[in-house]
Design a protein around this ligand. Structure first.
Ligand SMILES: Nc1ncnc2c1ncn2[C@@H]1O[C@H](COP(=O)(O)OP(=O)(O)O)[C@@H](O)[C@H]1O
Ligand SMILES: C[C@@](O)(CCOP(=O)(O)OP(=O)(O)O)CC(=O)O
Length: 504
């Protein structure tokens, strides 16, 4: 096969369920973002034969070569070249383990046949990886251009902007770069070596059409990506990030970690047939995903507060406290569980109301956004909006209580002050600290005003962004991401992705 295989996977925002989702008894609601990671895989004569060359053109010193050679077991493995200037553990493990999985399905001859250029001569494999700007803090870039950290400045940056730094020095924003990277890379490799047909990924698909694509193939990509991500991270997390990268926005319940435990703990590293037996979709994978879509005209806003909390250390402390104070923890978990479920179910209810009576829905949103209780809107819809606001406030309170009880800054006071100010703006439904919380980021759900609607002043989203740019006690920088429902996507050519050709 000659030509590029291009796959993208979205980032994530866990709006409810932080910490709870680590336990299979509880779920989390995760929203996939419009910000995506793209992997482009091309058999190419510009790369020496028996070599995989990976480049991340947004970073300095970000080229890694891997030599392909058959080991004593007859399997083709990928070994990092000693000339590489740095390691990339996530990429290295993804290449090594995906190649193993591929060879459990296709012969070495078939694998080598794929590595041919347009003249049918043996060649190497070029792998290019880029992520949307939101995955990395752009503050330093904006500073160097003397631009303030606001939406207008970010809109001026090219897509897949070069960060002028090695990957290890970049500040992350919490959208889950490694999960989106691994998922897009694993999928692109499985497609390139014809283990999975491109049709299983679809194009701009919604959850409905995804159902028509091969769920089994998506599940296989999911299981393989979960395994590789756990191996690279050195732990089995809840996996909500990989799940949303594959299937899109959803209510997620984790898999039982025993399905991966022996593969991760096996220092001898499993052989391809063992890997395949576990990673092929089977009943041991117990995760549950229920697609979720934000209701029409409800917009997700995100901001990075650039203090960067360390998720593993927060998680360790919270889980330790949960074990040492089981009764108090159970009470908090139970209450949060109810409030989290209420948020998901009210979002679904709003979506139903929008479908059943769009006029009434719009009027209710207008009333909510302008805080005019006399705006003609359906009583039912207005009530659901108020209930959603109350449920989101309760979730915030629960997360704050969890943090205070475990002596961990899940929603630190500085964030509380900021979120309270956001939530006081008419049209803001609620907000919170995504995922594990800390000083990382905040999210806010707002009523969106259609461009065609004449407004007296700035719309809710603009008012929120104005608040952020004038906020003094924390440096708050907006992100550009919107909520999206979709997961993995396949593209026929780089021209289908705005800014991709220029960035490579
Ligand atoms: N553009 C990229 N190209 C290659 N590898 C990347 C890229 N962005 C991130 N990574 C990999 O992901 C790692 C970051 O993973 P992690 O610390 O888990 O962050 P996150 O919380 O964003 O997932 C980096 O060290 C690097 O190995
Ligand atoms: C605590 C958690 O439940 C949620 C963490 O969510 P984040 O979005 O904060 O995660 P990182 O990408 O690792 O920063 C841990 C988990 O579910 O694995």
């Amino acid at each position: 096969m000659v030509g590029s295989t291009i796959v993208s996977a979205p980032g994530k925002v866990l709006i409810t369920g932080g910490y709870l989702v680590l336990d299979p008894a509880y779920e989390g609601t995760v929203i996939a973002t419009s910000s995506r990671f793209f992997t482009v895989v091309t058999p190419s004569s510009s790369v020496p034969r028996d070599t995989i060359r990976v480049r991340s053109p947004q970073f300095l010193e970000a080229e890694w070569n891997y030599s392909l050679a058959s080991g004593s077991d007859g399997l083709v493995g990928a070994t990092p070249s000693p000339a590489n200037k740095s390691n990339n553990k996530f990429v290295e493990i993804a290449l090594r383990e995906t190649l193993k999985v591929i060879q459990a399905i296709v012969s070495v001859d078939a694998l080598n046949d794929t590595l041919k250029d347009e003249r049918s001569e043996r060649c190497g494999l070029k792998v290019e990886i880029v992520g949307d700007n939101d995955f990395y803090s752009q503050r330093r870039v904006l500073d160097s251009l003397s631009l303030p950290p606001n939406k207008e400045s970010l809109d001026r940056l090219p897509r897949f902007n070069h960060l002028n730094t090695p990957i290890g020095d970049v500040h992350k924003t919490g959208l889950g770069s490694s999960a989106a990277l691994i998922t897009s890379l694993v999928a692109a490799l499985l497609l390139n070596f014809s283990v999975i047909p491109a049709s299983s990924l679809g194009g701009n698909r919604s959850h409905d059409t995804a159902a028509n694509n091969s769920r089994q193939d998506l599940d296989f990509i999911h299981n393989t990506s979960q395994y590789i991500h756990c191996l690279a991270q050195g732990k089995v997390g809840s996996g909500f990030d990989i799940s949303s990268a594959v299937y899109g926005s959803q209510v997620y319940k984790r898999f039982d970690e025993s399905v991966l435990r022996s593969l991760i703990d096996d220092s001898a590293r499993p052989v391809p047939s063992e890997l395949l037996a576990t990673l092929r979709p089977n009943a041991a994978w117990t995760s549950q995903t229920t697609p979720i879509v934000l209701p029409p005209r409800i917009q997700l806003l995100l901001a990075d507060v650039d203090a960067g909390s360390d998720t593993p250390s927060l998680v360790g402390k919270v889980l330790k406290w949960r074990t040492s104070s089981p009764d108090q923890a159970r009470e908090i978990w139970t209450r949060l569980h109810d409030d989290n479920r209420r948020v998901a179910s009210l979002l679904g209810r709003l979506g139903d109301l929008a479908r059943d009576d769009p006029g009434d829905y719009s009027a209710s949103l207008e009333g909510f956004a302008t805080a005019h209780s006399n705006t003609p809107g359906g009583a039912q819809c207005s009530q659901v909006l108020q209930d959603l606001k109350a449920a989101m406030t309760a979730v915030r309170r629960g997360m704050k209580t969890m943090g205070e009880s475990a002596s961990v800054p899940i929603e630190p006071d500085e964030q509380t002050e900021l979120l309270d100010a956001c939530c006081a703006i008419p049209g803001v439904i609620g907000g919170g600290v995504p995922g594990a919380g800390g000083y990382d980021a905040i999210y806010v759900l707002v009523v969106d005003t259609p461009d065609s609607t004449p407004t007296d002043g700035p719309c809710t989203a603009e008012q929120v962004r104005l608040l952020w740019s004038n906020w003094k006690s924390l440096s708050v920088s907006p992100l550009q991401s919107r909520a999206e429902e979709g997961g993995l996507r396949y593209y026929d050519s780089v021209a289908q992705v705005r800014g991709l050709e220029r960035s490579l």
